[in-house]
Write a protein that binds this ligand. Structure first.
Ligand code: TXA
Ligand code: MG
Length: 365
């Protein structure tokens, strides 16, 4: 299949949008920008169309899709028993990076919801995305537009790497604004529960609706606790290289990463480092990349997936990353990074241990 790339970086191209809408209404697949990551869209109410998404991504069929809408009223067709919290959250955060899980109506096919009786709904904060949703009939099922298991795409080029020749169209809207997928909140079981952390954090949600809980699987040290969002159980976002997060006091982390890179290189391995603008010059060896600035944490979110893809291209054997427990998005950033690392975290012990320069001060958690 030939994949058409349409440039809408400077705004909506009318003819391109007409064609994109036609593709969606005929059951085809169109990748498009949102404020979080690029989505791979299909008509959510067409069973065959949404089934094609699973095929294109190589996605397990029990992993449900998010249905994207452009206007609040449209929610009544796909969800039932909508609780008051949904309207409160929509008033405050839609359009925006928030997905709500609600009871589904009979119109939503089970292929779209991975067999569940609930449906995840989101209204993206992106003009082009909303124009596409309207052009395509109002209901667009869209997971992130990557091959299953690869980092989510934050630019059209990433989508092309994974989906060229597999889908009908890619709309290029330039780099995304946030870089991590939306916050998912479940409204079907009493107290609203966060199933996936994102830009909209617990505190912001609580300001709007009162008490909000975190899915136990997100906070439990015990990785056998089953997450409520089926997609959260997969080892997502995985780079090809081994990835190890080094945690502890900043200067200890840098010392430890320098030691680890030296060891890896003397064992003949190609090593990468994920540092920040602030730490870049502290690293002596290895392929060092800055993910962004600790002084501006959104830059860290924006570049996380891109940097993992860049390291894939460079064919490194092992990547050592600093940890990013930043105040606003730290939970979302670390949730994705820890998954990419397959839970490999090394804690650097105490400042005393780190400054004595002994070779083995960190241990894997
Ligand atoms: O920011 C985003 O949400 C992006 C853009 C494209 O909108 N989309 C996205 O979709 O991240 P995806 O498919 O990569 O992730 C959807 C997540 C999965 O973890 C899935 O299991 C969960 O949402 N999910 C979908 N429907 C659900 C439901 N009914 N109940 C619980 N979890 C659900
Ligand atoms: Mg995804």
């Amino acid at each position: 299949m030939k994949t058409v790339m349409v440039d809408m970086r400077d705004g909506i191209d009318k003819e391109g949008m007409r064609l994109a809408g036609e593709i969606l209404r005929n059951g085809g697949l169109v990748a498009f920008p949102t404020e979080t990551v690029y989505g791979l869209g299909a008509n959510a109410l067409d069973e065959r169309a949404s089934a094609r998404i699973y095929g294109a991504k190589g996605r397990p069929s029990d992993n449900p899709l998010i249905v994207h809408i452009a206007d609040w009223e449209d929610i009544y067709k796909i969800a039932v028993d909508i609780p008051g919290e949904a309207k409160l959250l929509a008033d405050r955060f839609w359009p925006g990076p928030l997905t709500m899980v609600l009871k589904k109506s009979d119109l939503v096919p089970l292929t779209t919801t991975g067999g569940l009786a609930t449906v995840a709904v989101r209204m993206p904060d992106h003009e082009t995305a909303r124009a596409l949703i309207r052009a395509g009939g109002g209901y667009v099922a869209a997971p992130s537009a990557n091959t299953s298991g690869r980092p989510s795409p934050t630019k059209a080029q990433h989508v092309a790497e994974d989906m060229d020749g597999v889908i009908d169209m890619i709309i290029d809207g330039g780099d995304v604004a946030i870089g991590l997928e939306s916050t998912i909140v479940d409204l079907t079981e009493g107290i609203p529960t966060i199933l996936r952390p994102g830009y909209i954090n617990q505190e912001m949600l609580e300001e709007a609706v009162g008490r909000v809980e975190m899915d136990r699987a997100l906070i439990s040290e015990d990785s056998s606790v089953r997450p409520k969002a089926p997609g959260m159980k997969y080892r997502h976002y995985a780079p090809r290289a081994e990835l190890i997060i080094v945690e502890g006091e900043e200067h200890c982390v840098r010392d430890q990463i320098n030691r680890l890179v030296a060891e890896a290189e003397s064992a003949g391995k190609k090593a990468g480092v994920i540092g920040t603008e602030e730490s870049l010059l502290c690293y002596r060896s290895g392929l060092v990349k800055s993910i962004g600035s600790r002084a501006d944490e959104i830059t860290i979110a924006q570049h996380l997936y891109g940097i993992l893809r860049e390291f894939d291209e460079l064919d490194v054997d092992v990547i050592y990353s600093e940890s990013f427990e930043t105040p606003h998005m730290g939970q979302a950033i670390m949730n994705r990074l820890i998954k990419a690392a397959g839970h490999q975290i090394m804690e650097v012990q105490t400042p005393e241990a780190c400054s004595d320069g002994s070779a083995d001060t960190g241990k894997l958690r």
